[in-house]
Design a protein around this ligand. Sequence first.
Ligand code: WTA
Length: 665
Amino acid sequence: MPENESTTVQAGLENLLHETRAFPPSPEFAAQANAQASLYETAAADRVEFWASQARDLLTWRTPFTETLDWSGAPVARWFADGTLNAAHNAVDRHVENGLGDRVALHFEGEGGDTRTVTYAELQAEVSRAANAIAALGVGKGDRVVIYLPMLVESVVAMLACARLGAPHSVVFGGFSADALRSRIADAEASLVITADGGFRRGAASALKPAVDEALKGEGTDSVGHVLVVRRTGQDVDWTEGRDVWWHEVVAAADPVHEPEWVDAEHPLFILYTSGTTGKPKGILHTTGGYLTQASFTHRSVFDLKPETDVYWCTADIGWITGHSYVVYGPLVNGATQVIYEGTPDSPHRGRWWEIVEKYKVSILYTAPTAIRTCMKWGEDIPAGYDLSSLRVLGSVGEPINPEAWMWYRRVIGGDKAPIVDTWWQTETGAMMISPLPGVTATKPGSAQVALPGIAADVVDDEAHPVPDGGGGYLVLSEPWPSMLRGIWGDLQRFKDTYWSRFPGIYFAGDGAKKDEDGDIWLLGRVDDVMNVSGHRLSTTEIESALVSHEVVAEAAVVGAADETTGQAVVAFVILRGEHAAKAETPEGAAEISEVLRAHVAKEIGPIAKPRRVLVVPELPKTRSGKIMRRLLRDVAENRTVGDATTLADSSVMDLISAGLSSGT
Ligand code: WTA
């Protein structure tokens, strides 16, 4: 294992080695659970047939499939390839056809307290209108649509309307900058952008449309014919006649009936960009039949969803994969009733989430460890002020959850009884892969534990040999699964290189993991140059290139330093260009440059990528082959004694860095 990686894995192993608590399901929960232990046996007996039967049971096919898995073009899988269906029809229309039109699909809660309830019948009409309106703008099957919206009912409608037309959507998180948006529009060659004037964030209207206007002035965006704009905040917007169109005008005027485009199971459903180890984000491609099968299967079995009675709430934004699979597709395909919330957990007060749980009697809550740790910091008397007794299943996703946060989640939020499902998966996997099954698994604080039925996961060493129980190594997936990515948009070679070259023939996830004495899997964080800040993936290289794009910076190195709340925090080390270096010699000068660079990264990529600290240094630690030794910088960022620096080309560099920092610059 390269040095950086083994240190991460080792540190994680030591921290978790002492965790031995386990919480078996209550007999009452087990008796009523959707998933029973026999599911593992059924799946193990014939994995491919198991998925075929899920696909038949959970989805409605226009043309039934007769082939299940075709792996002859590995690593690009084809699942259910001769079947046809439509994702929006599965998520909406068929529920109405089955007499469930009056069931609430969405309880929308705006940040300012405005609400909107949408039944499945209303959703069908709205999605159909939007599909007609979008088609009238010239978008058809196969055309890409970029969606840049806050969390609104229209966001869900926009995604489903694209799916209805067979037009792959590419949602870009509203917190990303104009330039990040531009590069995604250009890479996807989108023909339409759907946005809003703005959204409400921490009590104020925060504009979105200006970023679209700026992005479309940039290179590679000529493919965009129209911008469809939702009016949310009412703030002023610049308007380009002939290009810009108001959502409320064209959608309201459109026909509420629309015949879905029946597509092949392997028709692209969406592209979602995610950070990789290089500066250029990867457009992860997902297709229709396999993705919907696994999203709905996992949503139903891992959350024990009872669509007639449960109220489900996933706090993720639609800009992330969790919002795709567990706000839009999984829950709606399952006919669930769910809450969607526009704002932040502390607007207008720190009890907002718990107020929402109480108000809607939320029974299943799915959120991220960073949010749980933030609530822990705010104090347990805040949730204690609300009735949370409706909660019966709690989920966690996005990063390893530390045992302390897990225990707090269980006790304070789950009333010591709701099972916690710690779900491991990725943008690339499309849906959950490793998770306890509530009612079956005795859960352990901090462990995602077991591969789901039908999934083959393992922890291997450098030579791809499975490690014995008690050992640590790399997490891999050794068999194809229905919701796996079908590639990186426009770059098959990068897809092969990134995921399939480290261990030929098996999928390398980029995460370190260990197996405990029971064979349960514990995730230990990334082993590559990807950071995880508040459950969001950020690439060190991407932030480094943003930094060096500023005129004062000669060189930059970025590390993820451990952070109690956000998991990791971005810490940047920069070498300044000649004439600017002098300025940074005073503490004030250094502080000023650091502020300028933090703002610059926020502008280039988005506020989520803004470094917690930018440290000006005279040199960066490099090996003889020129590779930056981030491990040593992480020691500095985490205020530790600097580790073994003997492989550095110049071993005095670390002394220089430490001396400079302790003297205040
Ligand atoms: C991390 C989010 C530990 C992991 C769904 C993975 C987790 C990356 C967990 C994917 C978990 C996600 N325990 N780590 N339960 N869930 N991760 O693509 O490092 O935004 O590789 O997908 O998040 O992040 P992504």
